[in-house]
Design a binder for this molecule. Structure first.
Ligand SMILES: O=C(O)CCC(=O)C(=O)O
Ligand SMILES: [Fe+2]
Length: 276
């Protein structure tokens, strides 16, 4: 199962400005970074999944409370979405930002319909605010989320928002997004902490350090875009599992190249795995 593209992306690797943005702001936005062929093929592949087709069909006649489609882990991947895992651009970006010693953590697919509510500001690094001693030892390790927005978003319509620099603040109880936005942590971060509302065309991605506060705006009922497609791959520095570190399907391991096997050979999360 492979595509005939060497890379799905227009770029071969990050620029120095991208790497600086990752360390200073906690994220990098890559507008329109997929090639047209890759973007179109990925959308077709996702919209062709049985569950997605059924979900989209029922949206049309549905007058009740809007529900998102959400699956985690997302294992039902065709050749294009499979290539995302270790496309040369993605591997180059991971190596340039967090080094060579990283694993694949997990994935998800989300389809957000008109009328869906917001997602409040949150952080996703599961060892960052957690009280478990194993997790404390893991706090300084990287956990990165690669957010793909194949059909894009506009401001006020299911847009991603971030607090650039919020990953630099220690994870105490007091370090809430409201207090950050009120200026109480500017000195610690060494910069004013302000909300930034993003807007990205189709075929974009956002690469984030999951310690950064981020959230999502609601999708208006009269949005010109019927649904926003969002898929995500998550990578972690080598170490114990995170909350959602997924089981790798046996057939993925069987067909993996040596480099890909290295990403997959790690423990998955199981209940109690942090207790020993
Ligand atoms: O839906 C989005 O744009 C981002 C969702 C999110 O915050 C996440 O998956 O961690
Ligand atoms: Fe998140």
């Amino acid at each position: 199962m492979a595509t005939d593209l060497n890379s799905l992306f227009r770029l071969t690797g990050p620029s120095q400005a991208d790497i600086d943005s990752f360390h200073n702001d906690g994220y990098i936005a890559f507008p329109d970074v997929f090639t047209d062929k890759a973007r179109e093929s990925l959308i077709k592949e996702i919209e062709g999944l049985d569950q997605v087709r059924e979900y989209v069909q029922q949206l049309e006649g549905n007058s009740g409370e809007p529900q998102s489609y959400f699956i985690r882990p997302w294992n039902d991947r065709g050749p294009y979405s499979d290539q995302l895992i270790d496309d040369p651009f993605i591997s180059s970006l991971l190596q340039a930002t967090i080094g060579d010693d990283y694993h694949y953590c997990h994935s998800a697919l989300n389809i957000a319909p008109r009328g869906i509510g917001p997602l409040r500001f949150h952080q996703d690094h599961h060892h960052w605010k957690h009280e478990n001693p194993v997790n404390h030892a893991e706090r300084d390790k990287y956990y990165v989320q690669i957010l793909y927005y194949l059909n894009g978003f506009t401001q006020g319509d299911r847009n991603l928002k971030v607090i650039p620099g919020s990953h630099l603040v220690e994870p105490t109880e007091d370090a809430t997004p409201d207090r950050m936005l009120a200026g109480e942590f500017d000195a610690e971060a060494g910069r004013p902490l302000k909300e930034k509302q993003l807007e990205l065309p189709p075929g974009s991605m956002v690469y984030i350090n999951a310690r950064i506060f981020h959230g999502v705006e609601p999708k208006p009922v009269d949005s010109p875009q019927p649904y926003r497609i969002f898929n995500i791959d998550i990578f972690k520095e080598a170490g114990p599992p995170h909350r959602y570190t997924q089981e790798i399907p046996a057939e993925w391991i069987a067909s993996a190249s040596p480099a890909r096997k290295k990403l997959f050979m790690r423990e998955a999360y199981t209940e109690g795995c942090w207790n020993s």
